[in-house]
Design a binder for this molecule. Structure first.
Ligand code: KG4
Ligand code: ZN
Length: 342
């Protein structure tokens, strides 16, 4: 039997992603982002994101189908993110997916967004091996997972207790007077700074935290520390050393992310680490992850950025794997689950 032709819909945050795959082959991956509309609020506004999805969905589906060179009638299945994510944003994608599935009389697969990020790796065309540890870092999530099997055996080891890593970048950028989204801005500013200029705290890394929160993350203490430091500099009447603060902040985030990810690899005896999410664009994060993983004998996989950020192709790819494993389609009763577990 031919590999299934699947169209995936992703609307869990601010990206309207439509992707089409044939089994493990990527045919198209269109992404429309409402990031610009959120910029003046300094963060993603759920209501604005939901409306933007509604407007972007139909043209995005048309574009993805045209780019893939397929017809909707030829699809074997539709896939959609049912959570976790912003409830209203998810609902728009789910509504569209149900309408498409019913009108075309195709099976519909509701899939988990985080597992979708892990599935992105199979579209790179390279041999994928499990088990692997996966570190997913974006504006919406910071999760560490142990993947023994993409279908049916994904375990959440830990996640952020407060801000997501990308959110932390966005908030610190604001403190430093840099525009939104802050991640790329801090990355740029940090290039000219000294990462060891200021020792900012590494959240949940103390011995006393480790029993309960070994694989969890916390960035709120770091955010407060940076805010205090900049306020003090202001009171002292000194020029704010933006590059040094950015570099030192970035170093603290990267250090804690990579340390915990590699600790998970060591403790579970897994020599593989998969990175995903928009924060993977961070240059220092890639550098430190590759360096320290090599020293620890861990192979790092970083899919291309278009597959790391939120996208529909990863959702379609996961559904294709579910179909391959014989998983039945979802019944139409499902809804958005903003806290859907893996
Ligand atoms: O996955 P993504 O595109 O979208 C969602 O979170 O939905 O991730 C966007 C996040 C933003 O918080 C942005 O500031 C952050 O990823 N980001 C970065 C970098 N590029 C984007 N953070 C750190 N360094 C970067 N180079
Ligand atoms: Zn995501």
């Amino acid at each position: 039997r031919d590999a299934p032709l699947v169209l995936g819909i992703e609307t869990s945050c601010d990206e309207t992603g439509i992707g089409i795959v044939r089994g493990r082959m990527l045919l198209s991956n269109t992404i429309a982002s409402s990031m610009d509309e959120h910029a003046r609020y300094g963060g993603v506004v759920p209501e604005v994101a939901a409306r933007a999805h509604l407007e972007a969905l139909q043209p995005s589906i048309d574009a993805a189908v045209a780019e893939a060179g397929v017809r909707l009638e030829d699809l074997d299945a539709i896939a959609v993110t049912s959570g976790p994510g912003l409830a209203g944003a998810l609902m728009v994608g789910i509504g569209a997916a149900k309408a498409l599935a019913v009108s075309l009389d195709k099976p519909l697969y509701a899939v988990n967004h985080l597992v979708g990020h892990i599935a992105a790796d199979i579209l790179t065309g390279e041999e994928v091996e499990y088990p692997t540890v996966a570190l997913l870092v974006s504006g919406g999530h910071t999760s560490l997972l142990l993947v023994r099997d993409l279908v049916g055996d994904v375990e959440l080891l830990g996640e952020t207790m407060d801000d997501a890593a990308g959110e932390a970048f966005d908030k610190i950028a604001r403190i430093l007077g840099l525009p939104y989204p802050g991640g790329p801005e801090i990355d740029r500013a940090a290039a000219a700074g000294d990462p060891n200029a200021i020792r900012f705290p590494r959240g949940l890394s103390r011995a006393s935290d480790m029993a309960e929160h070994r694989y969890d993350f916390s960035f709120s203490g770091l955010k407060t520390a940076v805010a205090r430091w900049t306020e003090q500099a202001e009171r002292d009447g000194a020029d704010l050393p933006v590059a040094d603060v950015a570099a030192s902040f970035r170093e603290a985030v990267v250090d804690v992310l990579v340390t915990k990810a590699l600790d998970a690899c060591a403790r579970h005896d897994v020599p593989r680490l998969l990175l995903g999410g928009g924060v993977i664009a961070n240059r220092r994060l890639r550098e430190v992850a590759l360096e320290r993983a090599a020293a620890a004998g861990v192979a790092v996989r970083i899919p291309p950025l278009s597959l790391c950020t939120d996208n529909g192709a990863m959702i379609a790819a996961l559904a294709a794997e579910l179909i391959r494993s014989g998983r039945p389609a979802s019944t139409l009763g499902f809804g958005a689950d903003s806290t859907l577990p893996v």
